[in-house]
Write a protein that binds this ligand. Structure first.
Ligand code: PMP
Length: 345
């Protein structure tokens, strides 16, 4: 990896960050808070939340095994995706390389930040070749985006190829593991000490059943985390979210039960869907959704919408012609989908 100073945008490296009132007294026990122009009435929501979310990060350390100083928390993992550009990619000059197809926000954030986005097509099994991604890089490539299990294809990306990228690429490799709770692979976040150029994204929006509270995580070396913390909005994770996240993370066994139910339903759905007359292929999945090739994705999608059943039409995505992406729901919801599709003519 080249030095972090060389990877970081100059204005960001030299940035004197905003100093929150609540950052300044750390280490002392405070009793009287007259520093932040808050209303003294209306506790607890009258107070600004902890800007670095220490209590929540300690909880995450207990549950996910990643130390506090390796953890950044944001308003969804989308915040961390955007920060990768704002911290490391000089607009109109730098570029990023990404697998294609994948989660759409990597490209949207590149466009917003005026950074060139270089998609590299997956193979027919939706897998990567590290050499192909590396060949798309040049001296201005700051980031390689990998998503595993990948959205919308659902499959784990070959771990050996990701390791090749981590060893060979001089910039940062981001591996988005939003769906890793549904996969059998050991999460890559445990390998962080071995790879100073690795950023792993996690979220509470999927297995943790908390999409509404908006809590995303980026795990990386403390040096990278410090740069994110300099650039983020001072109070980027609100108090209600911090409290609710602590509560959800206090019952990981409930999440294990949900994941087991979803995985059982996933097997049942893959089988039932593949029996439908409209189904041409169900792709293997390691996530809580699957991709299926059907006879006429647009027609079937429109029909389902009319029946009040919403899936994701991916037919316009590269390598996904005539494909629908289907989330695993409750047993009843899944039965509704299959029953409705059996009536399609
Ligand atoms: N990464 C992937 C791969 C996703 O599919 C999604 C949501 N669809 C996200 C990140 C966004 O997660 P969050 O809700 O934490 O912003």
């Amino acid at each position: 990896m080249i030095s972090l100073e060389k990877l970081t945008r100059k204005n960001i490296w030299n940035l004197a960050p905003y100093s929150c009132a609540r950052n300044e007294f750390s280490g002392t026990t405070a009793r009287v808070f007259l520093d932040a122009n808050e209303n003294p009435y209306g506790s607890p929501l009258n107070r600004y939340p902890d800007p670095l979310q220490l209590e929540l990060k300690k909880k995450i350390e207990q549950v996910k095994g990643i130390p506090v100083d390796y953890t950044f928390l944001g308003n969804g993992s989308d915040e961390a995706i955007d920060l990768m550009y704002r911290c490391f990619c000089e607009p109109k000059e730098d570029n990023v390389v990404a697998i294609e197809p994948t989660y759409g926000m990597y490209k949207v954030c590149a466009d917003i930040n005026d950074v060139e986005y270089r998609p590299v097509l997956l193979d027919e099994n939706y897998q990567i070749a590290a050499d192909k991604l590396l060949a798309a890089c040049d001296a201005h490539t700051k980031v390689i985006w990998v998503c595993s299990p990948n959205n919308p294809t659902g499959n784990d990306i070959n771990r050996d190829e990701i390791v090749k990228l981590l060893n060979a690429f001089e910039g940062i490799v981001v591996v988005d593991e939003a769906y890793s709770d549904f996969s059998r692979l050991r999460p890559l976040r445990y390998e962080l000490p071995r790879y100073p150029n690795l950023v792993v994204l996690n979220t509470l929006s999927k297995a943790w059943a908390s999409a509404a509270i908006r809590l995303g995580m980026a795990f990386a070396s403390p040096e990278i985390i410090d740069i994110f913390n300099k650039v983020k909005y001072p109070y980027n994770v609100n108090y209600l979210t911090q409290q609710q996240a602590i509560k959800v993370l206090s019952d990981p066994f409930e999440v294990d039960r949900w994941v087991q139910m979803i995985l059982q339903e996933r097997s049942r759905m893959l089988e039932a869907f593949s029996q439908l007359s409209i189904c041409e292929k169900v792709y293997p999945t390691d996530a809580n959704f699957f991709l299926a090739k059907v006879s006429d994705a647009q027609g079937i999608y429109d029909y389902l919408v009319k029946q009040g059943v919403i899936v994701r039409n991916r037919t316009r995505v590269q390598l996904c012609h005539n494909c629908l992406r289907i989330t695993i729901g409750t047993r009843n919801e899944n039965n509704e989908l299959i029953g409705t599709l059996r009536q399609y003519k």
